[in-house]
Design a protein around this ligand. Structure first.
Ligand code: NAD
Ligand code: TYD
Length: 343
């Protein structure tokens, strides 16, 4: 392992992984390959801008020619695939890009990697492939898939392609399934950064349904270290859950954020629920812990530090929220918030 292509490395978790790898392993060359969609942001890579072991290439994982020439030009021997359309609400508005990147893109990467005999291929996946998990159960890697949103289904499709390349062609693959991740540099459409940045401006916080859905929260640095460990120590053909093992009701997370921000709870607006909304995600990370991983951030301190980061780095998110985001906000929230205010 020497020349590692990190696709989607200009996004939230991908950039945390790139920053981690560039500083932890000066002996590796890290090549970030990213299409720079609305979610891709070169500001996320500013901390490694001058690192001699990091290069950036703009490209689409579904474009086989560019993937092929990048593999050759940089003598890529390892692939870590973060590239994806990643937001459930957007997948409900328009699933097309999800299929193109999260399924067709994964196939294109796999096929080019197979033809060039590239070594390890790590596919970054999600707990959402397991679907809605009943109380008391914690998903294990051997559980079956029951994805409910177009996003979750596209990620499950990508995973199954990876599995087939391991079984059929003997490719050295590993998979990680992460839980809800939070931390610095997260595009402010996901619950935590969206609500922090809206609350700063005293804007309404649209809680879907009754707010009693449960998510398992994982700090982005713990997620990145988990992926690093699986890349180095994971058994070929296997999948590993990467979970914070800290389940919270959404509404409790929102109350806590408002308290930490010293903003009034009256900013909360209960709005029309997300279609097909999964009530609970929960995973058991025992398999990863057996490889030697443990989380370093509790949710309590992680959330405080994350809020501090957004307060100190308003330059980062204000740029984003003044652009494409406004159009998306209108489509996703305008009616919901107006209806909640009419009640
Ligand atoms: P993100 O949306 O912040 O970033 C995705 C990145 O992929 C962006 O930089 C984007 O430009 C790039 N990209 C999109 N389509 C591309 C394409 N066709 N070719 C090349 N680059 C492309 O996402 P994230 O939250 O950092 O998630 C990264 C990965 O982790 C995804 O695969 C996601 O499914 C998975 N995941 C995310 C979470 C979470 O809570 N955010 C949890 C578990 C798993
Ligand atoms: P999100 O951050 O979109 O992640 P995911 O859908 O992958 O779990 O949402 C986390 C939870 O917060 C989920 O149950 C949906 C809920 N949510 C809201 O209630 N309001 C919002 O505006 C958003 C973005 C999410």
């Amino acid at each position: 392992m020497k020349n590692i292509l990190v696709t989607g490395g200009a996004g939230f978790i991908g950039s945390a992984f790139v920053r981690h790898m560039v500083t932890t392993y000066p002996e590796y060359n890290i090549i970030t390959f990213d299409k720079l969609t609305y979610a891709g942001n070169l500001d996320n890579l500013l901390p490694v801008k001058n690192a001699s072991n990091h290069t950036f290439v703009q490209g689409d994982i579904a474009d086989r020619e560019t993937v092929h020439s990048t593999f050759e030009e940089y003598s890529v021997d390892t692939v870590v695939n973060f590239a994806a359309e990643s937001h459930v609400d957007r997948s409900i508005l328009d699933p097309n890009a999800f299929i193109m990147t999260d399924v067709v893109g994964v196939y294109a990467l796999l096929e080019e990697a197979r033809q060039l005999g590239i070594g390890r291929f790590l596919q970054v996946s999600t707990d959402e492939v397991y679907g809605d998990i009943e109380d008391g159960h914690y998903s294990l890697e051997t559980d079956h898939f029951l994805p409910n949103s177009p996003y979750a289904a596209s990620k499950a499709g990508g995973e199954l392609m990876v599995r087939s390349y391991h079984i059929t062609y003997g490719m050295d693959t590993v998979l990680t399934r992460g839980s809800n991740t939070y931390g610095p540099y997260q595009y402010p459409e996901k619950l935590i950064p969206f609500f922090i940045t809206e609350a700063v401006d005293d804007r309404p916080l649209p809680v879907y349904g009754d707010g009693k859905q449960m998510r398992d929260w994982l700090h982005v640095e713990d997620h990145a270290r988990g992926i690093d460990l699986v890349l180095h120590e994971g058994k070929s053909g296997e999948a590993y859950n990467v979970a914070g093992e800290d389940l919270r009701h959404n509404i409790d997370v929102v109350h806590k954020m408002l308290d930490l921000l010293e903003k009034p709870q009256s900013l909360i607006k209960y709005v029309r629920d997300r279609e097909g909304h999964d009530r609970r995600y929960a995973m058991d990370a025992v398999k990863l812990r057996e490889l030697g991983w443990e989380r370093k951030h509790t949710f309590e301190t992680g959330l405080q530090e994350t809020i501090r980061w957004y307060l100190d780095n308003a330059w980062w998110w204000r740029k984003i929220k003044s652009g494409e985001f406004l159009e998306y906000y209108k489509r996703q929230y305008a009616d919901r918030i107006a209806a909640a205010e009419d009640k």
